[in-house]
Design a protein around this ligand. Structure first.
Ligand SMILES: C[S@@+](CC[C@H](N)C(=O)[O-])C[C@H]1O[C@@H](n2cnc3c(N)ncnc32)[C@H](O)[C@@H]1O
Length: 387
């Protein structure tokens, strides 16, 4: 099969709406910012579209295009990438291109997936089902005793489900040969802490030990009681300040969900000091950088309180991700959940790799802090690591 025949064949199958999913990868140039592109079909306003998910080093971007516009895009993909895995309705295809576009085409009809879902808002298959009773969700007041999620708790239910999806994705980065130690900082009413325990320990049978830590004594006492009543013997709740929590020598995964302001930074710093393999953190309100910002070059933006607040929050999260990558993590900022559910919708995901930063990366970081004229809390907490 020639290069042109290969493209014509793929275009024909895609125009016939045979696509289920595809992944285009192996950039021809190292300098290519987009490392991978995922495709799937999508119905938007009753019209067939292809959704493209572009995976950059640290972020994902999405674009939906009309089917008629797809052939031109596919041409462009193969100018920049050399590999594609495509699941069609009746066959799986793997394409590998040489530098000179010699085509290796492999097709497997027996392994083909059979169904495709095109709706954007299709009923979500949550990892925790929304109509099955879970004892911990009933005790926490999220579900009725029949297993129905209460209307006023639906947003929280969606958040914990989404968070568990990220935890599920991170399992490969956790140790497989010993007990996994997990800390939830600023656990509050501990919906997430219970949910992750249930999912990892009860459903997946993993060997884990989980601690939820929070300042609020009464809430922690209540959570401890629930854990005890449910027989969750590897789940404990402690009253305490993240900053004073020095009881561990090593932790494998640190999670936070809406830990207020710099509590998120304290948790990230603790995680780095323990060398945690996985950090998943959805920050909350942000005041600390906002108070410090003094950047005349950005005054046109920062003179507006609302813009200043959002800028400070976004800059803080970008700096958090950058610091994590400077100290040996592969860090990404990902969309946690839709804005209608909560505006606090960025998740910091960091996997420990030990990779050293480039000189350019360090210089960019220094320059950004200089521009903001600020010293972020996390930079102070981790100054020994950043030097
Ligand atoms: C908005 S609540 C979120 C609770 C929970 N993670 C959730 O998503 O439902 C933030 C929690 O962080 C706790 N917190 C704030 N600063 C803390 C600190 N320095 N140490 C421990 N907990 C802290 C608060 O007490 C509060 O319960």
């Amino acid at each position: 099969m020639t290069f042109e025949e290969m493209k014509a064949q793929l275009i024909e199958q895609i125009l016939q709406q045979q696509l289920i999913t595809a992944t285009i990868s192996q950039p021809r140039m190292k300098s290519n910012d987009i490392k991978r592109i995922k495709l799937k079909p999508l119905m938007l306003k009753n019209t067939y579209h292809i959704q493209m998910e572009y995976q950059y080093e640290r972020i994902l971007k999405h674009e939906n295009i009309l089917l008629a516009d797809f052939p031109a895009r596919l041409e462009a993909f193969f100018e920049n990438y050399r590999q594609a895995h495509i699941d069609f309705i009746d066959e799986k295809v793997h394409v590998q291109l040489s530098k000179k576009n010699k085509v290796l085409w492999k097709s497997d009809k027996a392994a083909a997936p059979k169904q495709v879902s095109l709706t954007h808002n299709r009923k979500k298959n949550y990892l925790l089902s929304d109509n099955q009773p879970y004892p911990f969700l009933i005790r926490l007041g999220v579900q009725t005793t029949e297993g129905k999620v209460k209307k006023q708790k639906y947003d929280k239910f969606k958040q914990i489900n989404r968070f568990i999806e990220f935890i599920d994705d991170a399992l490969a980065y956790l140790p497989q040969d010993r007990q996994v130690r997990i800390l939830d900082f600023g656990s509050g009413k501990s919906y997430l802490t219970f949910a992750l325990y249930h999912y990892l320990k009860i459903e997946k049978g993993l060997d884990i030990r989980v601690t939820g830590l929070d300042l609020k004594k009464e809430v922690i006492e209540e959570c401890s009681q629930i854990a005890q009543d449910l027989g969750y013997d590897q789940l404990e709740f402690l009253v305490g300040d993240i900053n004073d929590y020095n009881d561990e020598s090593a932790v494998d995964m640190v999670v936070t969900l809406h830990a207020c302001d710099v509590a998120t930074d304290m948790a990230l710093a603790r995680a780095v000091k323990w060398g945690a393999s996985v950090i998943l953190s959805v920050p909350c309100c942000q005041h600390e950088l906002n108070r410090q910002l003094h950047t005349p070059a950005l005054d046109i933006m920062l003179q507006h309180g609302l813009v200043r607040e959002r800028f400070a929050a976004l800059a803080t999260d970008a700096i958090r991700a950058e610091i994590l990558s400077l100290v040996g993590y592969e860090a990404q900022l990902l969309e946690f959940i839709d804005m209608e559910n909560t505006p606090k919708n960025i998740l910091i995901r960091a996997y420990h790799t030990g990779k050293k930063p480039t000189t350019q990366q360090c210089a960019n970081y220094e320059a950004f802090l200089k521009l903001l004229n600020a010293t972020p809390f996390l930079a102070n907490e981790l100054k020994d690591y950043l030097e």
